[in-house]
Design a protein around this ligand. Structure first.
Ligand code: ZN
Length: 306
């Protein structure tokens, strides 16, 4: 396609991204359309971004019966929050999710309660409320599962660490790998990847193993949900692992109540986080939620060792 439809930007290889403009900011959270005989959406944005995504798909010319697949990399609300509403708008689409996430899509109450503990008042303003997905439409994808778009095939790979219900999606023909949050986050304006280690399930060893697994695939490109193509996949993944390890080392050496300040002191300037726009960088994997996730990881690990 030469000109992408209104509301979409072409990422090349046929991939379009509809920017969900999460919390009102562009360049933060992507919803990806993979064209084909049975097109697929990868990610759904938040519940609050569904109208914007529908308008973009409409401009693309996608009729309600045309969408074959809605794939979520994991069931956090910035990735799967729109799954219920979009599945109703596109009644032929199967909703693909990690087996550990399937029941949360069918009944999002526990997920929302957990998100409210993490995000507090931000939940209503930034994420919105999830609509359940009809259980008959949900397809729990095992590691290695293949998603048939007719003239294009996507492969699902389980990549726990950020969360146990995380998967990534490889576009087999083009080698483009959609990494969700498994390779970290680099929104517009940041120089480097920020680790994404939120509570309550971040696990460093699993996250590192997943990063190495992604590198071993030798993807031609990677696409971050937050946000877009960060360039050389091998270099980006190596840097992302290095930074994650450094954050975890800082967490191991810091006092619980000083961890957030310590992370900010060491890493904010290095990332290029401007002091005059802190909210944009706090909404997406902010230092506060990362510090909480790291503390939770350390506590869980120490309990297991006792
Ligand atoms: Zn995310």
């Amino acid at each position: 396609m030469s000109t992408p439809p209104a509301g979409c930007v072409s990422l090349g290889d046929g991939v379009l991204v509809a920017d969900s403009t999460m919390a009102g900011y562009p360049g933060m959270n992507g919803v990806f359309l993979i064209p084909g005989a049975r097109p697929a959406l990868i990610e759904t944005g938040t519940a609050l971004s569904v109208a914007r995504t529908r308008a973009a798909l409409d401009a693309f010319g996608l009729a309600p019966g045309d969408l074959g697949w809605i794939i979520v990399t994991h069931v956090h609300l910035d990735h799967a929050g729109g799954a219920g509403a979009l599945s109703r708008a596109f009644p032929a689409a199967k909703v693909v999710v990690h087996p550990f996430g399937a029941r949360h899509l069918a009944d999002p109450a526990r997920l929302e309660a957990s998100a409210r503990r993490v995000h507090g008042a931000l939940l209503d303003r930034v994420y919105g409320s999830m609509t359940p997905v009809d259980g008959a439409r949900i397809q729990a994808a095992e590691d290695g599962a293949r998603i048939d778009l007719g003239d294009r095939e996507l492969r699902i790979l389980h990549t726990p660490g950020h969360a146990p219900h995380h998967l990534v999606v490889l576009d087999a023909g083009t080698g483009v790998l959609f990494t969700g949050d498994a390779a970290g986050v680099r929104v517009d304006g940041m120089r480097s990847a920020r680790p994404a280690c939120p509570p309550p399930h971040f696990d460093r060893d699993a996250a590192v193993a997943s990063m190495r697994r992604m590198a071993e695939l030798r993807p031609a490109r990677i696409v971050l949900t937050h946000f877009g193509d960060p360039g050389d996949p091998a270099a980006f993944l190596a840097d992302a692992e290095d930074r994650l390890q450094r954050w975890c080392t800082v967490a191991e050496r810091s006092a619980d109540d000083g961890l957030e300040a310590e992370l900010l002191r060491r890493f904010a300037a290095e990332e290029g986080m401007p002091a005059d726009d802190p909210e944009r960088f706090a909404v997406m994997g902010g230092f506060e939620s990362n510090a909480a996730g790291l503390r939770h990881w350390l506590r869980t690990r120490n309990e297991e060792r006792e």
